[in-house]
Design a protein around this ligand. Structure first.
Ligand SMILES: [Zn+2]
Length: 170
């Protein structure tokens, strides 16, 4: 087995030993329930808090997709945060799911664009499509069905907020 670089940021309970008896290192596991991969990608547990989850690449992508980091902020504030995160974040890929340029070219606010992304819908989706997609997602991701699953919870919350933003559309 190849040598795995040690993660400097300790303090989370799930670990596994890797390597030969000569060079054993302990690495952090992905925090997604049941995932046995390395958790190299930090993602904030909640907005503006230092606590982080550590996920594998697949799960951080899934988590970030559902993550509505900008909930509760005005669009201008959200843009500032997005820019700051894009400069500093490692692993947390807000920048890749957030458009900075010509934010109003399609007549949508950043909140609305973010909401379409959280529901995985094109911005051309109709009100009926938005409603159907939200109901399907809410059923799949409901915390009662996914106890202890941080990814499902984040996506459920993001989908709920996204629906609040978009539900008035026709
Ligand atoms: Zn994982």
């Amino acid at each position: 087995m190849s040598r795995i670089r040690r993660n400097n940021d300790w303090g989370f309970p799930r670990w596994r030993e890797y390597g030969s008896e000569k060079e054993t290192v302990t690495v952090r596991l992905c925090d997604h329930q049941g995932c046995g991969l390395k958790g190299d990608f930090p993602a904030p547990k909640s907005p503006h808090k230092p606590e982080k989850w550590y996920f594998c690449e697949e799960h951080v992508t899934e988590y970030n997709k559902g993550w509505d980091y900008f909930a509760g902020m005005s669009d201008d504030e959200a843009m500032e945060h997005a820019k700051a995160e894009a400069r500093t974040a490692r692993g947390f890929r807000s920048a890749s799911t957030w458009d900075y340029g010509d934010a109003h070219a399609d007549g949508l606010t950043p909140s609305e664009r973010s909401a379409f992304r959280a529901l995985d819908l094109p911005t051309s989706a109709t009100g009926d499509e938005i409603k159907t997609t939200f109901r399907t997602l809410a059923k799949q991701l409901h915390p009662d069905k996914n106890p202890g699953d941080a990814v499902a919870l984040a996506r459920f919350q993001a989908a709920s907020r996204a629906y609040e933003v978009l539900k008035g559309r026709t």
